[in-house]
Design a protein around this ligand. Structure first.
Ligand code: N01
Length: 486
């Protein structure tokens, strides 16, 4: 059995960020367990045509590794993946990564104060586990009758089949979320006919992407302060949007006007007009999605899908749409946390969370000593960069691990009452948000707790809450003694 101080699960943006921060803190005894054959998470998996970030790249990057060379305001996936790989290599993280290694199970050994992990490549004992599995890493395959009987080609947007040529084909797309909004305008010109199956229309925001000029890039290289200024401007702009989305009438009027200019056909526009408040579901940042739907080779079908037949898709009005290829833009299973892990009482997190997901600061869970989550419950964001939430968590975890080392602490476990008080506050602040009151259903919502996905409030409030490892809210157990509170 391999023994390490820290095992990080997942080598995506947040897991690699964790590894880099440990290196900076001169902590070298760790591994990154990665089930795929390369690092990069989302930016390795999502390679569909048009795939790009929908938060400005200067903001959607590590604060400690600004990239003056982003080619566009919203960088494409390949550039982001290259960036992640470059920064990881620069910080000498790659030698810690165990590729093709899937976490299969794990239990907390209370006597030894260690996690015993089993992976597809052998067992690992780790004092600390940091779960960085990404809240949206597993594709969601819709439960539509007959999907397995379709005789054409089927793939999910996050597993794009690049060997399959769509030219001239009859292509069906299920889903109208952020992914479909990016790939539909890319494939529309080359397919024969595109049928978009829409369950719910989405509100959109302008993207206004543009090339970042050589002059700008040279200026950023010469003056990191200038780039920090641009990042700060983008940060506050996004916070303003986040605030406006909680009082959506003005933003909604503008979005409605925009839809009117983009889609002149009344019937199509009616189909594409949401009947819920803007911001309730994630707003799609796009300039070309709705215009693409006005093209002559596109049909938007708002009837409910009843089944997939061997030849295509059948809708509730009895129409069968014959297709060569069906693309699932149906999103992801939200927050597939470390289900294989069993805490001190033998339960998995899913079992603990029967009444709703909850964690302290979105990071620690009672009965799960020495276990930290990055981008855990109520740390996602609909309006800005997820890294603005992951980085404070990374810092908090680093401080916790350093605190344990300084005080000879073997096990760190959040107090249940601290977790409960924190979650009661989060739930109370969620109550009046547009996500719960805006009249929609979305992956933000999970009954019965309302939402355990999003952070309600300004990003700065979350960052301040995690600025210091608050050991007083934890039970700290010394290696030999029982409970100690340094
Ligand atoms: O997935 P989604 P996504 N029958 O869940 C529909 C991030 N992201 O991959 O709205 C019919 O948003 C579903 O319908 P409805 C970003 O955080 C980021 O597009 O639930 N339809 C919806 O239209 C984003 O929010 C970037 O009624 C079904 C669609 O499928 C998140 O990933 C780029 C269905 C799923 O939309 C997910 O986006 C792309 C069914 N059975 C994505 N099941 C960046 O640029 C689902 N749908 C960073």
């Amino acid at each position: 059995m391999r023994s390490v101080h820290i095992a990080i699960i997942g080598a995506g943006f947040s897991g690699l960020g964790m590894a880099i921060r440990l290196k900076q803190a001169s902590i070298d005894d760790f591994v990154l367990v990665e089930r795929a054959d390369d690092i990069g998470g989302t930016w390795r998996d999502n390679s569909y045509p048009g795939c790009a970030v929908d938060v400005q790249s200067h903001l959607y990057s590590y604060s400690f590794a600004p990239n003056p060379d982003w080619s566009q305001v919203y960088a494409p996936n390949t550039e982001i993946w290259d960036y992640i790989k470059r920064v990881s290599a620069e910080h000498d993280v790659n030698r810690h990564v165990l590729l093709n290694t899937e976490l299969r199970g794990g239990t907390w050994d209370d006597a030894a104060a260690r996690w015993r992990l089993s992976t597809s490549n052998g067992d690992i004992a780790a004092r600390f586990v940091v779960s960085a599995m990404g809240p949206l890493s597993n594709p969601s395959i819709p439960d539509i009758p007959g999907l397995d009987r379709f005789t054409g080609t089927v793939f999910h947007s996050a597993r794009w089949d690049h060997d399959h040529d769509l030219t001239g084909e009859r292509v069906g797309v299920i889903g109208t979320g952020s992914s479909a909004a990016q790939f539909v305008p890319e494939i529309q010109p080359r397919v024969g006919r595109l049928t978009l199956f829409q369950r719910t229309p989405h509100w959109t925001f302008p993207r206004m992407n543009r090339r970042i000029t050589g002059l700008e890039r040279a200026a950023y290289r010469r003056s990191p302060a200038l780039q920090r200024l641009v990042r700060a401007r983008q940060y506050y702009y996004r916070e303003l949007i986040g605030t406006l989305l909680q009082r959506p009438r003005i933003v909604e009027a503008v979005a409605r006007l925009r839809l009117r200019t983009q889609v002149r056909d009344r019937e199509l526009r009616a189909k594409l007009t949401p009947d819920y408040r803007i911001g309730c579901k994630r707003v799609i940042v796009t300039d070309d999605f709705h215009p693409a739907l006005t093209r002559p080779n596109v049909d938007v079908v708002a009837e409910k899908i009843t089944e997939v037949t061997p030849d295509g898709v059948l809708t509730s009005d009895g129409v069968e749409y014959e297709l060569d290829t069906l693309i699932l833009g149906t999103g992801f299973e939200v927050m597939p946390v470390a289900d294989p892990l069993r805490g001190r009482d033998g339960d998995t997190l899913t079992e603990r969370w029967r009444d709703g997901r909850s964690a302290y600061l979105g990071t620690t869970v009672a009965e799960f000593p020495n276990y930290f989550m990055l981008v855990g419950p109520n740390t996602a964001t609909g309006h800005t960069s997820v890294l603005l939430y992951a980085e404070p968590q990374i810092e908090y975890v680093t401080q916790a691990i350093q605190h344990a080392a300084r005080h000879d602490v073997a096990a760190v476990e959040v107090r249940q009452e601290a977790q409960d008080v924190y979650n009661a506050d989060v739930r109370a602040r969620l109550r009046d948000t547009v996500w719960l009151t805006g009249g929609c259903d979305s992956w933000y919502l999970d009954e019965p707790s309302g939402s355990s996905v999003l952070w309600p409030g300004h990003t700065g409030r979350f960052q301040r809450a995690l600025a210091r490892f608050d050991h007083e809210n934890y039970v700290l157990r010394r290696a030999q003694d029982d409970v100690a509170e340094p």
